[in-house]
Design a protein around this ligand. Structure first.
Ligand SMILES: Nc1nc2c(ncn2[C@@H]2O[C@H](COP(=O)(O)OP(=O)(O)OP(=O)(O)O)[C@@H](O)[C@H]2O)c(=O)[nH]1
Ligand SMILES: [Mg+2]
Length: 740
């Protein structure tokens, strides 16, 4: 989660102070009124008191200055997501209490009031959800109160803390629409579907029901307009002469009649079919609503931050099912078939949207694959000087990335390598000065001292084969580069000068949410969406699935023998296989072309030497026992490509897949942008020649191609110019604040 969003999250939590106090007062009154009030009421009052204390302690942090604090930013990425559901849970509790006490039409029936108070499901569920959020809040507070960065990180990485965050995040899972298998890959959906009932609570709220009614009204209005248009254009041509024609005319007549709201609502509610976390409403046989306009499920199922306000694609719409086709069967299979029929019919008849509009390009993949780096490389390659942003604002980010990577090494060495670290260096590096981390130019002497400490440790760092601990520690891919350049980085930070393209492209910022960037290459525009690749982020992907022209799938070629950031026991490369298999065979992308980008080519050769790729390939059954030992880059990559191709099913699918090798961080030397834009511009060209080993590693040469009039056109991209621009642009530069 980016700093701005965590700032909003903390702001929301603090701003709910009154709601919390009101809830405490009302629950206490209930408890006093009914002596046999269940224990759950008492425990909820206790939880709310804890929330109040947390709010009081968080309120000083509700200041925009903190959004730029590096420690705060780290907390944001670790905890922010878990607190997403805090506000809807509290507001739901408040609304239910309103209804309990209400004197108007919204008042609960006597039976519901008894049910609400006496430990029925609703109270229990709210209490469970609140409990999870309170735990996450407490964790946030403990982390904020830590004296040092290391202590903060230790607290967060504890197993118990991780499970607290996971549970709190699961609360939000039910708020987000989940439809595609890719979103399910990694979630423990079984646990969610049995323990989690929040959708029902949400659906029973007034707000949701009002939104539902409003959608219905819109649907009916749109339906009427459509029927009137159809009637006027088709009245003569479609005059019924046969029995089936008469029947059709009769149906049209029924459909054009105004439909009474209660009936519609009844039909709308229909039968519920539970699919994991998603509840789909199946429309009954005799309902006439199926021909209506979209009845969006968005309020309950879609991510509020990605919802209708933004005009972005949301979940598939239930009611567009072809009226002529058999009705959906009960259960997911029936609905899915009907939906597939609808989409395939639509595809057959409609021209593909990307031929008419700006092509939509979606970056998908596991975390750390290089999605954001790729976008930034493309942006640097295409953007004009004046929109590049003032990158000097990002020098603290570069400095902190460098410090983080050294700290992770030191921690690993102390715990695993049994390597003594000089006490002075230890104090400087592992007990950091937060202010200096935030702005290294505040105290130039301290910054230079830190750089000297790192330099003094360099021989020790170099002598350790730390790569082999990559499945336990999350080493920065570019730590070596940073340590090699520590002197320059320190001076750069102290002088407040501009980081280079290479420094910026090597930074690591975990993406959360979905980010849209528009790129222009030689007059053609592309709308590129970047997503967070961590498991908890994948549920949001579905919001960007519609009308995708091309999927770019960066693959970290050094991903084997590395664990996922969010799951220590999962191999990153295996995860990359699973995700590609899922998305490449998804109906959403049946028409999209795929560009698989093998990233980190600059690191691969060294990585192959330090690790046993052959053992990995055999254990993953990518090569058989009888095949010769693999150690070379080319052999490894061709096996990798073959394996990725095997994961794609379906006739003619292979033609849609292109592979490219890229080093995304040295764009002055080997810029992948030309090839990628070329592939995007020519999605149907099946004869693309991917970069061969060595080809992408030559010095940058002017690239040209012959034009129709016999002259030659210079295609070399403009890279490496010094940046100018405003600070706002600078914050957006890494594409993390454009949450849609
Ligand atoms: N040396 C080198 N580093 C790379 C390359 N591609 C990506 N990286 C680094 O890999 C790290 C992770 O890259 P990101 O682009 O943040 O990965 P992501 O896929 O966006 O990850 P999430 O946002 O967590 O989904 C960054 O530190 C990048 O600098 C590459 O080709 N070479
Ligand atoms: Mg990213």
């Amino acid at each position: 989660m980016d700093p701005v969003t965590i700032f909003q999250t903390v702001g929301t939590i603090v701003s709910l102070g009154e709601v919390v106090i009101k809830c405490i007062t009302r629950l206490s009154a209930l408890k006093a009124q009914f002596h046999d009030a269940p224990i759950i009421v008492t425990s909820m009052i206790g939880q709310l008191h804890m929330v109040k204390i947390a709010q009081d302690q968080l309120s000083p942090l509700n200041s925009p200055n903190f959004a730029h604090d590096a420690r705060y930013r780290q907390l944001a990425s670790q905890i922010g997501n878990a607190l997403d559901s805090f506000s809807p849970i509290l507001l739901t509790l408040g609304r239910q209490l309103d209804r309990y006490e209400g004197s108007s039409v919204n008042r609960m029936t006597a039976k519901s009031r008894m049910g609400f108070l006496h430990g029925e499901r609703e109270m229990t569920n709210l209490s469970i959800l609140l409990d999870r959020q309170v735990n996450a809040l407490n964790l946030l507070l403990s982390a904020i109160q830590c004296q040092t960065w290391t202590q903060q990180s230790d607290i967060i990485t504890l197993k118990e803390s991780q499970s607290i965050l996971r549970l709190a995040q699961d609360c939000s899972s039910s708020l987000f629409g989940l439809e595609d298998v890719a979103s399910f890959i990694s979630e423990n959906t079984a646990a969610i579907s049995t323990e989690f009932e929040f959708d029902d609570v949400l659906r029973s709220t007034l707000l949701y029901q009002a939104a539902e009614r409003s959608h219905l009204r819109q649907a009916i209005r749109a339906k009427k307009t459509k029927d009137i248009d159809n009637a006027s254009t088709n009245s003569l041509a479609q005059r019924p002469t046969t029995t089936s024609g008469l029947k059709r005319a009769f149906q049209t007549m029924r459909l054009s009649k105004p439909i009474a709201m209660p009936d519609i609502l009844k039909a709308r509610r229909g039968i519920r079919v539970d699919i994991g976390r998603e509840t789909i409403v199946e429309i009954p046989e005799d309902s006439v609503v199926t021909e209506g306009k979209p009845l969006q499920e968005s309020s309950a199922h879609s991510n509020p931050s990605l919802g209708e306000d933004t005009g972005q694609p949301t979940q598939p719409l239930l009611s567009e099912i072809d009226p002529g086709s058999p009705r959906p069967q009960s259960g997911f299979g029936g609905w899915r078939k009907a939906f597939q029929r609808r989409t395939s019919n639509a595809r057959d008849t409609k021209p593909h949207r990307h031929h008419r509009e700006v092509p939509k390009v979606l970056l998908l993949g596991a975390s750390g694959g290089g999605k954001s780096t790729l976008i930034n490389a493309l942006r640097l390659s295409t953007e004009a000087e004046d929109v590049r942003g003032n990158r000097s604002d990002l020098r603290a980010l570069v400095w902190n990335n460098m410090l983080d990577s050294v700290r992770e090494f030191l921690r690993a060495m102390e715990e695993w390598g049994d390597v003594p670290i000089m006490a002075s260096a230890r104090t400087l590096l592992l007990d950091p000065c937060t202010d200096c981390d935030r702005d290294p130019a505040i105290n130039p002497e301290h910054t230079r001292e830190v750089a000297r400490a790192i330099l003094s440790l360099r021989p020790t760092l170099n002598s350790q084969n730390v790569v082999k601990w990559g499945n336990v520690y999350q080493f920065h891919d570019n730590a070596e580069y940073y340590i090699e350049n520590v002197d320059r980085l320190a001076e750069q930070a102290v002088q407040r000068s501009v980081p280079t393209d290479g420094d910026l492209l090597r930074t690591q910022v975990t993406t959360t949410g979905v980010h849209r960037t528009t790129l222009t290459y030689q007059g053609s525009q592309f709308c590129v969406y970047d997503v967070g690749g961590e498991r908890s982020e994948r549920k949001k992907w579905v919001h960007a699935y519609e009308d995708v022209s091309a999927v770019i799938y960066p693959v970290d070629t050094t991903g084997y023998e590395k664990s996922l950031r969010e799951a220590e026991n999962v191999d990153r490369m295996l995860e990359q296989f699973v995700i590609l298999e899922s998305i490449s065979n998804s109906r959403w992308f049946a028409q999209s072309s795929f560009i698989i980008v093998f990233t980190k080519m600059d690191l691969l050769e060294g990585y192959l030497k330090d690790t046993d790729v052959d053992a990995f390939l055999r254990s993953a059954k990518i090569i058989s026992d009888t095949e010769p030992r693999i150690t070379a880059v080319d052999e490894y990559l061709s096996h990798l490509e073959r394996h990725f191709r095997k994961l794609v099913r379906g006739a003619n699918s292979q033609e849609r897949f292109r592979f490219i090798r890229a080093n995304l961080v040295d764009i002055d030397k080997h810029n992948p942008a030309i090839d990628i834009f070329d592939m995007l511009e020519n999605p149907d060209r099946s004869t693309f020649t991917p970069l061969e080993e060595g080809e992408g590693f030559s010095e940058k040469e002017p690239v040209s191609r012959a034009t129709d009039d016999g002259t030659s056109e210079d295609l070399s991209l403009d890279v490496g110019r010094p940046p100018v621009g405003n600070p706002e642009e600078a914050r957006c530069w890494l594409g993390r604040s454009l949450i849609i």
